[in-house]
Write a protein that binds this ligand. Sequence first.
Ligand SMILES: NC(=O)c1ccc[n+]([C@@H]2O[C@H](COP(=O)([O-])OP(=O)(O)OC[C@H]3O[C@@H](n4cnc5c(N)ncnc54)[C@H](OP(=O)(O)O)[C@@H]3O)[C@@H](O)[C@H]2O)c1
Length: 229
Amino acid sequence: MAQQGTAMVVGASRGLGLALVEEWLGRGWRVIATVRKPSADLDGLAQRFPDRLEIETVDIAHADQVRALRERLGGRRLDVAFINAGIARSIEATPASISETDFLDMMLVNALSPVRAAEILRDIVPPGGAIAIMTSGLGSIADAQDGWQLYAASKAALNMLMKKYASRHAADGHALLLVAPGWVRTDMGGRDATLSLEESIPLVVDTVEANRGKPGLRYVDRFDKTLPW
Ligand SMILES: NC(=O)c1ccc[n+]([C@@H]2O[C@H](COP(=O)([O-])OP(=O)(O)OC[C@H]3O[C@@H](n4cnc5c(N)ncnc54)[C@H](OP(=O)(O)O)[C@@H]3O)[C@@H](O)[C@H]2O)c1
């Protein structure tokens, strides 16, 4: 199979991130996948694809770790940087009932840290490459429904921070994608979610690939359909 390019998936130990890695490996890409601690599932993929999968360690909530990762990558080039890491805490809570720690953790991991990681990694994504971040349809203010209130607020904050990033870094020539994968059965999505990984992730990867070479920011679902902010 022809070598397609290099994708980095940040937050790839399980769930959607692990599936993104497997999908890009299956398409012939070289993949750099990051974890916080060893993942048996990812190690299994490394045994299947020893020449094309590299595993790195980073916790995106720690800027020093992201900068150290950037240093280790040296002059490498990333055709796609996909920041998938995210958390959901106290999903039934309201502003009156949530633990402040849970809210602050979600704002740090879901909103600030992905955009900070983009800032740190952007210089090794060439013009025409893509920086994608996993957001959620719940991050849409225009479409806001009840439920997952503080998590939704963290994804809306992520979307806003990416809008600001996009205007500051328009000259980079990157496709900047905020991707909503749909409601998917993972540890976070739970068993009642409507979609399997196979029903979401190949379409997410299609969407990223379709947007390479198209500079600018888009908030899209897995079908590459634009979502309302
Ligand atoms: N599942 C859904 O229905 C759904 C819908 C919309 C959006 N999303 C978003 O999709 C992304 C992945 O969700 P998922 O369903 O796959 O969740 P998941 O099964 O809970 O997996 C979350 C992943 O993020 C990693 N992670 C968490 N905090 C991190 C940090 N500080 N630094 C680095 N990695 C970190 C986790 O690593 P560890 O194993 O080390 O914890 C794990 O690999 C998230 O951004 C989520 O908000 C999910």
